[in-house]
Ligand binder design. Structure first.
Ligand code: UT7
Length: 326
């Protein structure tokens, strides 16, 4: 059986750093409040680079690390809720810039779980025998969707991109087990509107419509802890291994306290949970790719290491992937 294995990672963050003290100049907040409630100390905010620019840079680095020519890519999937435009997709823009001349390309929307959904999709394409080499990207410029006067949301998010090159292998390594879920009944927990319906049959709303993220923070918090705990259990069960066999858990980076609670309720030492949210905040579909690339750069992952990637986010969506590192 063919398996999908990760052969390269890349990430890209805008240079512009916005610290908690900087945030306190924009809204009534403090470094103390943000750091103690979330663990976030600073985030990167684009000064003009679009989602496709961040995605392209992360993708370029992932291909370089994988030592793969863009022309050998069969498919590009970009997970994003902040595309440059509805069309062309971010994936098509990146496909052209990379010169990935034979790759199909599409964007995928599963909010902060986007990279997990994209990896699962890539894995299925590879296991079916349809494709050999797939580039998966999570890229966001959430800064353009924030209400910068709402302190309960604007302090949480940042911009960034992470990318992975996934390829077919005959060895039983790489993506070992996958679990995806969605629960539309909780859709009001996290919302970001698109263009409202307006046509000759619908009365137009006055004014310029600027969609911004709204959130029921405490509901999302509880959903996140439950999702992480349940998904870890399920992917371990599917792979017929235990938590002791796992070296690291890389969850979506939203809040230190969410990860702390999830570690406690799953009975797994907190030290196994990788965290970098202090420096980047919540970059939605990008967090897990950025984290993985940082772990690779720090030489934290060796051949045979088993790790679990877990996401949760708007929709509501959630999912996990158990990976044996190549
Ligand atoms: O990708 C998924 C994205 N979302 C998440 O992961 C969010 C999950 N939820 C959370 O992380 C937490 O619920 C938050 C960090 C958003 C909020 O923390 P909390 O401990 O649940 O705070 P809270 O909403 O209960 O608010 C407590 C107080 C309120 O004031 P009062 O009513 O007690 O006087 C808020 O108005 O904190 C106030 N507050 C702030 N104060 C200073 C809310 N935001 C801020 C702020 N600075 N930035």
């Amino acid at each position: 059986m063919r398996h999908a294995t990760i052969i390269g990672t890349g990430s890209y963050l805008p240079d512009n750093i916005l610290t908690n003290d900087d945030m306190a100049k924009l809204v009534e907040t403090s470094d103390e409040w943000i750091a103690s409630r979330t663990g976030i100390k600073e985030r990167r905010i684009s000064k003009g680079e679009k989602t496709s620019d961040l995605a392209y840079e992360a993708a370029r680095k992932a291909l370089q690390n994988a030592k793969l020519d863009a022309k050998d890519l069969d498919l590009i999937i970009c997970a994003t809720i902040t595309p440059d435009s509805f069309m062309p997709s971010v994936s098509c823009i990146v496909q052209e810039r990379l010169g990935a001349s034979k790759a199909a390309a599409f964007d995928l929307t599963a909010a902060c779980t986007g990279l997990i959904y994209a990896m699962a999709t890539a894995s299925a394409f590879i296991e079916s025998g349809m494709y050999q080499n797939i580039l998966v990207i999570g890229a966001e410029t959430l800064s353009k969707t924030l209400d910068w006067t709402d302190r309960s949301t604007c302090v949480l998010f940042g911009d960034g991109a992470g990318a992975l090159v996934i390829t077919a292998s005959e060895q039983k390594k790489g993506i070992i087990s996958v679990n995806l879920l969605s629960d539309g009944s909780k859709q009001e927990y996290l919302c970001l509107s698109a263009i409202p319906l307006s046509n000759p049959f619908v009365i137009k709303e006055d004014g310029i419509f600027q969609p911004t993220i709204s959130m029921k923070g405490q509901e999302v918090f509880k959903f996140a802890v439950r999702s992480i705990t349940d998904h870890i259990k399920t992917v371990l069960l599917k792979a017929a291994i235990t938590a002791e066999d796992i070296k690291y858990i890389v969850t979506h980076q939203a809040n230190y306290r969410i990860i702390e609670h999830a570690a406690k309720s799953s009975g797994i030492p907190l030290e196994k949970f990788f965290m970098n949210l202090d420096r980047y905040g919540n970059t939605s579909a990008a967090t897990i790719g950025i984290a993985l690339d940082e772990m690779v750069q720090k030489d934290m992952l060796q051949t045979g290491d088993r790790i679990i990637l877990v996401g949760f986010g708007g929709g509501m969506t959630s999912g996990a992937i158990l990976v044996e590192w190549n």
